[in-house]
Design a binder for this molecule. Structure first.
Ligand SMILES: Cc1cc2nc3c(=O)[nH]c(=O)nc-3n(C[C@H](O)[C@H](O)[C@H](O)COP(=O)(O)OP(=O)(O)OC[C@H]3O[C@@H](n4cnc5c(N)ncnc54)[C@H](O)[C@@H]3O)c2cc1C
Length: 386
C-alpha cells in the first residue's frame, strides 16, 4: 500500500484546500449565527465549486462529473472537513446509489444532479427503524405499473434543499431460515408528487445550518419506471452508498481534527501561565502527543480503506474501522483542544466549540459506533461459526 500522492492528487488537495479557505471558511460564523446557508450563498458556492471542478467530483466524467475514485474523494473530504458540514455539503457529492440509474432515470435524475440542476436526499431511517433498517414500516405496494408508498421517514438530511428523494421502502416479504424477512426496494420520488409531504425536522446540536426533515408518504403514487436498481434488492444499492458515506465521515473527522490540533498547538505554544508557555507543562504537552497519535492512526485507517476501495477491494470491515475510530478520535481531539484552551475554548469566538458539537453526530449517523463494531466483530467471528 502506497499513500504517496501523485502530482494530480497533490493538485486535487491544493484545489480543495484553496477553495475551502476562500469560499467556505469565511462564511462559517454567518452560518452559525443564522442557522442556515442563505439561498444566495448556496448559489454562489455551487457555481464556484462547479467552476473549480469540485462539484460532483465522485461521478463519472462521461456524465459530467469529476471522475475521482474513492481514494481521491477521501482526500477532498479530508480538506473539506476543516469547515462546517453545512457549507461543504453544498459542494455536492451525489449519492453513489444514483449510479444505479437506468433508462430515462439517467436523463431525469442522474445527469441533472451531477450538473447541479437537481439535488437529492436519501431516506432510509424511520422513527421505529434506525439501526435496524430492515425493520422499516414504510411500504411500497404494487398497483398496476405503479407503486403506492405509505409511511414516515425521519432525520432526512438536507431534504429542505432537495427536490427529490431516494426512498427505501418495504416492497414485500420472504421466508428465510431465520424467519420472515422484508424485501426492500429503492425508489426515486419527486417532492412535488401528490401524497409526499416534507415537514420540519428536529433541531440538532451538530452542524448548525444543515437541516433534517420528516417525510410523510400518504398513498403516494410512484411510477414503476422510478424503481432504482433491482426490485426487492434495494439493500445492494444502499450498501454502495453506506460504504462511501462512512468513508466520507471518517475523512471529514480527520480534517476537522487536524484543524483542532493545529489551533491547540499554537495556543499551547503562546499562552503563558505561571510564567511559562502552557505547552511546557507535561499535563498539556502529553495531551498534544496523544492527539497527534490518534489523528495519525485514524488517518491511516481511513486511507487504507479508501485505497483498497479504489483498487476494487472494498471492505466493509475496513470502512467500519475507519469510521468508528476517526469519529471517536475527532471527539477526543476536539475535546482535548477545548481543554487546552481553557474557558476560551468554549466560547464562540473560536471554531472549536462548533467542531466539538459538529463531530458528535459522526458517532451516530451513517451507522452508530456500536453498529460499526458489530460489523467488525461479526467478520472476526464468522469463520468460527459466530
Ligand atoms: C442529524 C442526523 C441526520 C441523519 N440523516 C439521515 C439521512 O439523511 N437519511 C437517513 O436515512 N438517515 C439519517 N439519519 C439517521 C441515522 O442513520 C440514524 O440515527 C442511525 O442509524 C441510528 O439510528 P437511531 O437514531 O434510530 O438509533 P437506534 O437504532 O434506536 O439506536 C439507539 C442505540 O442503540 C444502539 N444499538 C442499536 N442496535 C444495536 C445493536 N445491534 N448492537 C449494539 N447496539 C445497538 C445504537 O448504537 C444506539 O446507541 C440521520 C441521523 C441524524 C442524527
Amino acid at each position: 500500500m502506497d499513500f504517496r500522492l501523485t502530482q494530480e492528487q497533490e493538485m486535487i488537495v491544493d484545489t480543495t484546500r484553496t477553495f475551502t479557505e476562500r469560499e467556505l471558511i469565511p462564511h462559517e460564523e454567518q452560518v452559525e449565527r443564522e442557522g442556515q446557508v442563505s439561498p444566495d450563498l448556496v448559489k454562489q458556492i455551487k457555481q464556484r465549486s462547479i467552476d473549480a471542478g469540485l462539484y460532483a467530483c465522485n461521478m463519472p466524467t462521461e456524465l459530467g462529473g469529476g471522475g475521482l475514485n474513492s481514494f481521491d474523494t477521501t482526500l477532498v473530504d479530508r480538506e473539506f472537513g476543516v469547515t462546517s458540514y453545512a457549507l461543504h455539503y453544498v459542494v455536492a457529492r451525489p449519492s453513489n446509489i444514483l449510479r444505479a440509474c437506468k433508462d430515462q432515470q439517467v436523463a431525469e435524475y442522474l445527469i441533472p444532479t451531477i450538473t447541479g440542476e437537481r439535488v437529492e436526499c436519501l431516506a432510509m431511517s424511520e422513527p421505529d427503524a434506525g439501526s435496524d433498517v430492515r425493520g422499516m414500516k414504510c411500504t411500497a405496494t404494487q398497483d398496476g405499473k405503479d407503486w403506492i408508498i405509505n409511511g414516515t421517514k425521519h432525520f432526512i438530511s438536507h431534504a429542505d434543499m432537495a427536490d427529490y428523494v431516494i426512498l427505501f421502502a418495504a416492497s414485500g416479504e420472504e421466508k428465510t431460515s431465520k424467519g420472515i424477512k422484508k424485501k426492500i426496494t429503492g425508489f426515486l420520488v419527486d417532492f412535488e408528487t401528490k401524497g409526499c409531504e416534507r415537514i420540519k425536522g428536529y433541531n440538532c446540536v451538530s452542524n448548525n445550518g444543515y437541516h433534517n426533515m420528516i417525510i410523510n408518504f400518504d398513498n403516494c403514487r410512484v411510477p414503476g419506471a422510478n424503481v432504482l436498481g433491482e426490485l426487492h434488492n434495494g439493500f445492494d444499492a444502499a450498501n454502495e452508498w453506506l460504504g462511501a458515506t462512512r468513508l466520507q465521515v471518517a475523512a471529514v473527522c480527520v480534517g476537522r481534527a487536524r484543524r483542532a490540533l493545529k489551533l491547540a498547538v499554537e495556543w499551547a505554544a503562546t499562552r503563558e501561565q505561571f510564567g511559562q508557555q502552557i505547552g511546557k507543562f507535561q499535563g498539556v504537552s502529553f495531551k498534544l502527543a496523544d492527539m497527534q497519535i490518534q489523528l495519525d492512526a485514524a488517518e491511516l485507517l481511513t486511507l487504507r480503506a479508501a485505497f483498497n476501495d479504489a483498487a476494487g477491494n472494498f471492505s466493509d470491515t475496513e470502512v467500519a474501522m475507519a469510521k468508528v475510530f476517526s469519529s471517536e478520535m475527532c471527539q477526543f481531539v476536539t475535546d482535548e483542544a477545548i481543554q487546552i484552551f481553557g474557558g476560551m475554548g468554549l466560547m464562540d469566538e473560536l471554531p472549536l466549540e462548533r467542531m466539538w458539537r459538529d463531530t458528535r453526530v459522526d458517532r451516530i449517523w451513517d451507522g452508530t459506533s456500536e453498529i460499526q463494531r458489530h460489523i467488525i466483530s461479526r467478520a472476526l467471528l464468522r469463520p468460527h461459526g459466530g
